[in-house]
Design a protein around this ligand. Sequence first.
Ligand SMILES: [Zn+2]
Length: 148
Amino acid sequence: MELDQNLIDAAIDQISRRWPNAEQAVAAAMYLEGGQILTSVSLDNFNAAANLCAETGAICQAYTMDRQVTASVCVSREAGSGKISVLAPCGICQERLALWGPTVQVAVPGPHTASGWSTRTLLQVNPYYWATQFTDDGHWPSTADHSW
Ligand SMILES: [Zn+2]
């Protein structure tokens, strides 16, 4: 399933369900192969070292279900303005999403687009993915390769 506005809206809806009145909040949404959507929210903790990115819950759920993630978005509601922004996946979430290969689509902020976001693949976001150095022929490691 291709990344689209419906997936962005699912993440925004997740923010509204979990934190209808919070000034600042972050949520993620992912398409699984076949079109199912998983959503999750960031886990905030007094000890910042225990915090988890919004994508983490959906990634763990997809992995638990042994399902392929095809697209991922992360959105933030900004304090003060309440403006919704698309966040590119952080480096750790890029690593987590790498389980499903270089063609996983992610939303990135796109200031030159009407929607305010655009789509990139993990390979476009991370063209020098380090783990390709550890495969026999330099290919992006498969889901099975990641499990050893
Ligand atoms: Zn992250």
